[in-house]
Design a protein around this ligand. Structure first.
Ligand SMILES: [Zn+2]
Length: 77
């Protein structure tokens, strides 16, 4: 399993100690009448200022990547 990337500080308040990855909700998908939990939205949430990162389907790791991506910054590992 891929190691989760570290989170950068919040771009709005600059803090990094109260960040969490949350289920952003919004999508409750049903397949053939049965709840299908396979589609979830995730985003990174800043507990200090309430900022949220881009909502991303399916993967906590993708939410981390989206949060960490900043304008004018190359994203490479
Ligand atoms: Zn913040």
């Amino acid at each position: 399993m891929k190691q989760r990337d570290k989170l950068k500080p919040c771009p709005f308040c600059g803090r990094s100690r109260n960040l969490s990855i949350e289920d952003a909700g919004g999508i409750d998908r049903y397949v053939n009448g049965e709840p299908d939990g396979s589609i979830l939205m995730w985003h990174v949430y800043c507990g200090y200022c309430g900022a949220t990162g881009p909502e991303v389907l399916l993967s906590c790791e993708n939410a981390v990547t989206a949060w960490n991506r900043r304008d004018g910054e190359r994203h490479d590992d």
